[in-house]
Design a protein around this ligand. Structure first.
Ligand code: SF4
Length: 441
């Protein structure tokens, strides 16, 4: 494939560009934004806003060496219990600030591993959310789960709480790779988790896999993608491992001499895409795949695809309320993020301090740019604006990665892996040091 030429790999794949799950990107967040700003912004929302809630559970049983999430390993369950007390307060405080007529149509539990909660704890959080917010009867309620922590009791609880979609982290099914990333998880464990969820009535199942991990090969990535197809995943996300040991210290345990290079990463990404295409999945954006009948694939076909902190989504909400440590909230006026350390988060919430410790306000121009870049990442096409710097696009056009027809830019098949590079060239605020972002592929 043309996009895999050594010249393009050197030029584009290794370029550090934002993921554009927010605009401005989270690297622009600063400490000058907090609860008072959020309260002010909430008073300026349109009537009855469609609203999304994100709940962060920052706990895991063991640390995977590749992990890029905000998580900790609690030695005893009372640490989780203290966090949940604070989360309960947080839900009440943030609900009191939210527009009284907000309609919640999406709820997402992420982490960490939400399966670290006891069944009754999960139900209690959902009950608190339902009593403090108006949750639409057909709301999508999704939960991320570590297959190793899934039990019949937990599945019964999340089903009782109204969960409609589960997302299982798989990454790579090769034993050798699993040993190198400190995540031993046989295929049978993933199959059993999917079966337990389906028996409990949760039939929509996403699975995540990765490329670029130590010891990974194209054959191994292909085998993992085929296994996910066989297990009947409705959606598959394929993420490239971001090696940032200066930022995530546990990644120092990753043997760097076993990490694939740029060319191997590209080949692994394509191997996953090809195996999933052969399995009947449609490519959604640059890193998601879905069965044709899945709502994400339908949204991609009918123009309803959106982008948020989870990546590609069907969630149409303009208001996102992030609850728990490190959670990000979003509205047209800006972003706020809660304290990332779970202990400090709990102290702040319990003592009545401001738990929103950073964020960024956005201008109407920022908001419009964010929508425009998200549209590009969803559709691979965009009308040019008079403010676009055409010189910045010249290399991608000359290299055949982007085509210009009049005022219309279209990303070519060879250019799709590099759509984030194009977004960065169209981003007027892309002035951030390269090392703050992950490589494009
Ligand atoms: S289970 Fe997920 S969140 Fe937890 S350590 Fe592993 S990768 Fe990180």
């Amino acid at each position: 494939m043309a996009g895999a030429s050594p010249e393009f790999l050197a030029k584009y794949a290794m370029e550090a560009v934002p993921r554009y799950t927010s605009y401005p990107p989270a690297t622009h967040f600063h400490a000058g934004v907090g609860l008072a700003d959020w309260a002010d912004w909430m008073s300026r929302q349109a009537p009855a806003p469609q609203t999304s809630i994100y709940v962060h559970i920052p706990f895991c049983k063991t640390m995977c060496w590749y992990c890029g999430c905000h998580t900790t390993i609690p030695n005893r369950h009372d640490r989780i219990a203290r966090y949940l007390d604070a989360l309960d307060h947080d839900i009440c405080r943030r609900a009191a600030l939210a527009p009284a007529d907000a309609r919640v149509c999406h709820i997402h539990f992420g982490g960490g591993s939400p399966d670290m909660l006891r069944p009754a704890e999960f139900i209690a959080i959902m009950n608190r959310i339902r009593t403090r917010f108006t949750v639409e009867p057909d709301a999508e309620i999704a939960v991320e789960l570590d297959p190793r922590g899934v039990t019949p009791d937990l599945c019964a609880a999340v089903a009782e709480a109204g969960v409609t979609r589960a997302s299982l982290g798989v990454q790579d099914l090769s034993e050798a790779v699993q040993a190198l990333i400190h995540r031993i998880q046989p295929r049978a464990t993933v199959e059993a988790a999917a079966d337990m969820l389906r028996v409990a009535g949760i039939r929509a199942i996403n699975m995540d896999m990765m490329y670029g991990l130590p010891g990974q090969t194209c054959d191994g990535v292909t085998a993992t993608a085929r296994a996910l197809t066989d297990m009947g995943a409705d959606r598959v996300s394929v993420f490239g491992y971001a090696h940032v040991p200066w930022f995530k210290k546990h990644q120092r345990a990753i043997p760097e001499d076993r990490l694939p290079g740029a060319s191997e990463r590209f080949d692994q990404m394509m191997a996953a895409a090809n195996a999933l295409a052969e399995g009947g999945y449609e490519a959604i954006g640059f890193d998601h795949f879905a069965r044709p009948q899945d709502p994400l694939a339908r949204a991609a076909r009918d123009g309803g695809l959106r982008r948020n902190f989870q990546g590609y989504t069907t969630d149409p909400s303009d208001l996102l309320i992030g609850l728990g440590a490190s959670a990000i909230s979003e509205c047209a006026q800006g972003y706020v993020q809660t304290e990332t350390d779970p202990v400090r988060y709990a102290e702040r919430v319990s003592s009545g301090q401001d738990m929103l410790v950073r964020g960024v306000a956005r201008t109407p121009d920022d908001y419009a740019t964010g929508l425009r870049l998200a549209d590009l990442l969803c559709r691979f096409a965009l009308p040019l604006s008079p403010d676009d710097d055409l010189d910045a696009l010249a290399d991608m056009i000359a290299d055949g990665l982007v085509r210009r027809m009049g005022d219309q830019l279209t990303v070519t098949a060879a250019g799709k892996p590099y759509v984030r590079n194009l977004a960065a060239r169209l981003d007027p605020a892309f002035r951030v040091a390269a090392q703050q972002h992950s490589v494009a592929v």
